[in-house]
Write a protein that binds this ligand. Structure first.
Ligand SMILES: [Fe+2]
Ligand SMILES: [Fe+2]
Length: 480
């Protein structure tokens, strides 16, 4: 039965009683070597032998679930952890609302559920692949450690999804688990399933933006799957969300520290115009307009991950009780939505208009709106850093139709403030809205590693506090 404590005697640490399920245990043990091969091929390049100060989940008790220690990444104990079962939990939404949550997959929803799990599972190794070259240019050992922590946990999230596939989906599940190790981010023949996960993450500003914006899409998807009527999926996602919080912290604080360093350098040098990009770059920091452009890019790519605003697939998953809304159980309605509407932005006859759509088919738009609100709060906290330094500049999220490739704005050209443009106008102006090759070259020129404890590259401020309350001089990664 389920324990709070994790069994570390088994080859695969777990709190799901793996040793009592020999068939599943065999399936996972035979998948394990392929996973390790994948990690060595596609995990952090050049640092597989380094000792990294990592947290490992040893419990699912919210008060103390992790322990920190030096680990070589290929020896990290990737485990299978589910949050505790909520007694008498019921299906929170859809046509089965109020019925007891399922402990097995209902046959009629098998393929729909498998697909959702595979799509979620595919994003986890993809981000590790995207980030594998970044160790070599880490701006500090602290940041390098945070990168590797995110990477091993994305690896564990893959384990989490593979556990569900192998335990509940038989031979199909085992085949999907193999395929998850075969696709590669950015590969022409076998790409990862979703667009943003095939983009490069070439530098540390990109990494921090990715963890802020794209890991936050992960958070929203996990929040929705944590509402699943399929209880093992719900419990798996609830524990993943515990880890995900750190990924979001890495992104938000990383961008925040870059902003802080830029503003401090500007104030010290007496540069008052944030758009005087040349003078700001002479100071060796990243100008705020370029940070805005990076945010525009990562935000718009991530909005595409929410899929079509109007979607019958989303309606089916909700109706079936497989995927809920963000914080479903806290919403005060009938949780079936047959007679409800939801306001969705469209572009009609040359202008943007809100249209009341059937709430059931508008669930992707709704989750995207919840995501946008969550992003806006983080951007507000970045702006506080700028204000505090007395610099006259404000970061903003671009219009939701800006730079989109999925959904009903995909054939429009829209400026960040929501003006629809001709293709010509767009090609002239867009260099000011997403990073140009000059911008990227400049960022790349700053990517010089700092591998001494307590030292930080000149373009990023040190963190306020250490990981696990360690002092500033702590050696987060031992490289010898
Ligand atoms: Fe993840
Ligand atoms: Fe993540």
């Amino acid at each position: 039965m389920m324990n709070i404590q994790v069994n570390y005697d088994d080859l695969i640490p777990n709190n799901v009683g793996l040793s009592d399920d020999p068939r599943l245990n065999r399936a996972l043990e035979s998948w394990h070597p392929g996973y390790i091969d994948w990690w060595k091929d596609m995990g952090p390049e050049g640092f597989q032998e380094a000792l990294v100060y990592l947290r490992t989940a040893v419990s699912v008790d919210p008060k103390g679930w992790a322990k920190f220690d030096y680990v070589r990444m290929p020896e990290y104990r990737w485990g299978i952890l589910l949050s505790p079962q909520v007694e008498d939990r019921t299906i929170p939404c859809g046509e089965h609302v109020g019925e007891p949550a399922w402990q097995e997959v209902p046959g009629e929803y098998r393929s729909l559920m498998r697909r959702l799990i595979v799509i979620q599972g595919d994003t986890e190794p993809a981000s590790v692949e995207q980030q594998r070259h970044l160790g070599a240019t880490a701006p500090s050992l602290y940041d390098m450690r945070n990168l590797f922590q995110v990477n091993v946990e994305e690896g564990r999230h893959l384990w989490a999804m593979v556990y569900l596939l192998q335990k509940y989906f038989g031979r199909d599940g085992r085949e999907e688990a193999e395929e998850l190790l075969k696709r590669r981010s950015g590969d022409e023949d076998k790409p990862r399933m979703l667009g943003a996960f095939n983009e490069a993450t070439p530098d540390w500003l990109s990494f921090f933006m990715f963890t802020f914006f794209t890991d936050r899409d992960g958070k929203m998807q996990l929040e929705a799957l944590a509402q699943s009527g399929f209880d093992p999926l719900s419990r798996t996602c609830r524990f993943m969300l515990t880890e995900e919080a750190h990924h979001m912290f890495v992104g938000e604080s990383g961008v925040g520290r870059i902003i802080e360093q830029t503003c401090k350098a500007m104030v010290e040098a007496g540069v008052t115009d944030p758009y005087d990009v040349g003078r700001v770059r002479d100071l060796g920091v990243i100008d705020l307009p370029t940070i805005q452009k990076k945010a525009n890019l990562h935000y718009s790519l991530t909005l595409d991950l929410f899929g079509s605003e109007i979607s019958t697939n989303a309606a089916n998953a909700f109706n079936a009780g497989i995927k809920g809304r963000f914080q479903e159980t806290k919403i005060d309605d009938d949780h079936q939505l047959h007679n409800d509407t939801y306001s969705v932005l469209h572009h009609k006859d040359g202008e943007f208009v809100e249209v009341d759509e059937p709430a059931l088919t508008a669930l992707n738009a709704r989750l995207r709106d919840d995501y946008m609100n969550d992003c806006a709060k983080g951007v507000g906290r970045w702006n506080k850093i700028i204000q505090k330094q007395g610099v006259d500049f404000e970061l903003a999220l671009p219009h939701m139709a800006f730079h989109r490739h999925v959904g009903h704005f995909n054939d429009l050209k829209v400026s960040p403030d929501g003006v629809v443009l001709s293709a010509d106008d767009w090609s002239q102006k867009s260099a000011g809205w997403v990073p140009s090759s000059d911008d990227m070259d400049y960022i790349t020129s700053l990517m010089k590693p700092e591998m001494e404890p307590a030292t930080y590259s000149g373009w990023i401020a040190p963190p306020k506090t250490g990981i696990d309350n360690k002092p500033g001089e702590f050696e987060y990664v031992r490289l010898d």
